[in-house]
Design a binder for this molecule. Structure first.
Ligand SMILES: Nc1nc2c(ncn2[C@@H]2O[C@H](COP(=O)(O)OP(=O)(O)OP(=O)(O)O)[C@@H](O)[C@H]2O)c(=O)[nH]1
Length: 482
C-alpha cells in the first residue's frame, strides 16, 4: 500500500515492515512486539490517536467509534491504521488468537472498507474460526505439525499438585510424558515424592529448584522444554506430552506465555491446558489475602488462568463450605469446568488432551498477555527456610516439636515438607504439613548408597531460621554437623 500521510510515518512503517518479516519467518512473538510498537509509534504521531492513549492496542473498535464523528478525525491516516491492524490480525491468527484477530479486522474494515488485504484476511479468519468451532483446525494443525501437548499444573502451596501428577502418571501407564518440576524453597523435596518414571513410564523428569519458574528461571524453563524436544527428536520416540508442575507461588501467566514467546517451542509444542488445584480447606484464606502494592495474589491468578479447576481435599470441608468456596471461585473464573476430588483423583481425560487453553480467552481478560516486558513481582514477605542435616530424629520428640510449632505458628507457616531419617525406621519418613494440618509416614527404603540425611523445608511468613533450626536439632538422637 502506498503511504502518503501528511505526518511522518517512517517509524511505524519500519516497525510494521519488520513485523511482517518476523511473521513470515514464523517469529510470531517478536512480530507481536514489533507491530505493537508500530501502533505505539502511530499513536505518538497521529493527533486523533494521541488523544486516546493505548486504545489502538486494546480497543480498536471503540477507537473507530469515537473517532468516526470527531472533528479530530484520522483523515488519510485511516488507511494506514487499517493496514497496521491487518498486520496485527495476521500475526494473531498464526498464534491461534482468532477472536482477537477478528476484532482488529472488523475495526480495519470500518476504516478501509475496500481494502483487499483486510477482506482476504477476514475471510480466512472466519474460515479458521469455523474450523476451530468444529475442532478441526486444531486437530489438523497439531497432527500435521506433530506438536507435543503441554499441561501446566498449578495451584497454591500444598493443594495437591504432586498428588495429581502422580495420579496422572499412574493412570496413563505406558504413555510417555516428560515432567518439569519446579519447587519453591531453599532445598528440593518433591523429587523424592514423585513416583519414579521408571515405574510409571514418564520419559524424563527435570527439576528446577533455583527459583520460581514464572520469573527467575523462565530461561531455564525454555532450556528445559528445548532439551525435551531435542531428546525426543534424537530418540525418535513420540512423546505423549509434557507436564509442568509449577511452584505453589507461581503466576501461571508467564509460564503459559513461554509457549508463545519462544519460536521453537511455539512451533513444536501446544499448550493443552492450565489445570489449577485448589485446597478446599485453605483456599479462601489465600484468595482473601491483601497483597502489597504491585504484587499479584498468586492464588487469584492461578484460578483466573485455569482451564480446569480441581477442587481437592473435599474430605476436609462440609457441603456449606464447599458451596461458599464454589461461589468465590466462580467470581474469579466463571467458565472453567470445576471438578471436586479427594487426593486429586480425577478421570485423566478430563484434564489431559482437553484443548482447554484459548489464547482468545486469555487476551479477553489480559490484553497484555503477549507483551514481553510484563512486570511480575512475587510477594517478598513469603520466604523459605530449608534444613538439611545428617543424623536421626526421635519420632516422639519430632511429633511434639512439630505439633507445638504448627499449632502456634501455623497461620504463618503455609507449607512444611520433609524427608526424614527416623531412628529405628529403615524407610524414608515423609512429612507433610499445610498450615496446622500435618502428618507423616514411612515411604520407600533408604537406598543403601544414600546417606541418611534429613531434608525439611518451611515456606511462609516471618520465619525465624534460628528457631526452626534449633527446634529441629532438638529432635535429633544423633546430631552431626554445625
Ligand atoms: N486430606 C487430604 N489430603 C490430601 C488430599 N490430596 C492431597 N493431600 C495431601 O496434601 C499434602 C500436600 O499434597 P501435595 O500433592 O504434595 O501438594 P502440592 O500442591 O504438590 O504441594 P507443593 O508442591 O508444596 O505446593 C500431602 O500430604 C497429600 O497427601 C485430599 O484430598 N485430602
Amino acid at each position: 500500500m502506498a503511504l502518503s500521510c501528511a505526518v511522518s510515518c517512517d517509524e511505524w512503517r519500519e516497525k510494521q515492515a519488520a513485523a511482517v518479516n518476523a511473521c513470515e519467518e514464523a517469529r510470531y512473538f517478536e512480530a507481536v512486539q514489533l507491530i505493537n510498537s508500530a501502533l505505539e509509534a502511530f499513536e505518538a504521531q497521529v493527533p486523533a490517536a494521541k488523544d486516546r492513549p493505548g486504545q489502538l492496542l486494546t480497543e480498536p473498535q471503540r477507537f473507530v467509534e469515537e473517532t468516526k464523528n470527531s472533528s479530530n478525525s484520522l483523515g488519510e491516516a485511516a488507511e494506514h491504521l487499517a493496514d497496521l491492524w491487518a498486520t496485527r490480525a495476521d500475526i494473531l491468527m498464526n498464534l491461534g488468537g482468532l477472536k482477537r484477530a477478528s476484532t482488529e479486522l472488523a475495526a480495519a474494515l470500518e476504516l478501509a472498507p475496500e481494502a483487499k488485504r483486510v477482506k482476504e484476511l477476514q475471510a480466512e479468519c472466519k474460515k479458521l474460526e469455523k474450523y476451530q468451532e468444529e475442532g478441526i483446525a486444531e486437530d489438523a494443525l497439531a497432527a500435521s505439525q506433530s506438536k507435543v501437548p503441554a499441561h501446566i499444573l498449578t495451584g497454591f502451596l500444598g493443594s495437591g499438585k504432586t498428588t495429581l501428577l502422580n495420579h496422572i502418571l499412574r493412570e496413563t501407564h505406558g504413555k510417555r510424558f516428560a515432567v518439569i518440576e519446579n519447587e519453591f524453597g531453599e532445598i528440593g523435596i518433591d523429587d523424592k515424592l514423585i513416583a519414579r518414571r521408571e515405574d510409571l513410564g514418564a520419559e524424563q523428569i527435570i527439576e528446577m529448584n533455583n527459583g520460581c519458574i514464572c520469573c527467575t528461571v523462565r530461561g531455564d524453563l525454555i532450556q528445559g522444554l528445548r532439551s525435551i524436544l531435542k531428546k525426543t527428536a534424537l530418540d525418535g520416540n513420540k512423546l505423549d506430552g509434557v507436564i509442568i508442575e509449577t511452584t505453589g507461588l507461581a503466576d501461571p501467566a508467564p509460564v503459559a506465555q513461554t509457549f508463545f514467546a519462544d519460536d521453537l517451542i511455539q512451533a513444536r509444542m501446544t499448550l493443552d491446558g492450565i489445570i489449577t488445584v485448589v485446597d478446599a480447606k485453605h483456599c479462601l484464606q489465600h484468595l482473601r489475602e491483601e497483597k502489597p502494592e504491585g504484587v499479584e495474589n498468586e492464588a487469584v491468578e492461578q484460578l483466573a488462568f485455569a482451564d480446569r479447576i480441581i477442587v481437592n481435599k473435599t474430605d476436609l470441608v462440609d457441603a456449606a463450605e464447599l458451596e461458599g468456596l464454589t461461589y468465590e471461585v466462580r467470581k474469579i473464573n466463571a467458565v472453567a469446568p470445576m471438578i471436586y476430588t479427594q487426593n486429586s483423583k480425577v478421570a485423566v481425560d478430563e484434564i489431559i488432551g482437553i484443548r482447554g487453553f484459548s489464547l482468545d480467552r486469555v487476551l479477553e481478560s489480559d490484553t497484555e498477555f503477549l507483551k514481553d516486558d510484563q512486570d511480575h513481582q512475587h510477594d517478598q514477605s513469603v520466604s523459605s527456610v530449608g534444613i538439611e542435616c545428617p543424623g536421626e530424629c526421635d519420632q516422639e520428640k519430632l511429633n511434639i516439636w512439630i505439633a507445638t510449632l504448627l499449632r502456634e505458628r501455623g497461620v504463618d507457616i503455609f507449607r512444611t515438607k520433609g524427608v526424614l531419617a527416623v531412628k529405628g525406621c529403615n524407610q524414608r519418613f515423609v512429612f507433610q504439613g499445610i498450615h496446622m494440618i500435618f502428618g507423616g509416614q514411612p515411604q520407600d527404603d533408604w537406598p543403601e548408597e544414600e546417606e541418611r540425611v534429613n531434608r525439611l523445608i518451611f515456606i511462609g511468613r516471618n520465619l525465624d531460621r534460628e528457631e526452626l533450626q534449633r527446634g529441629f536439632r532438638s529432635t535429633l538422637v544423633t546430631y552431626i554437623g554445625p
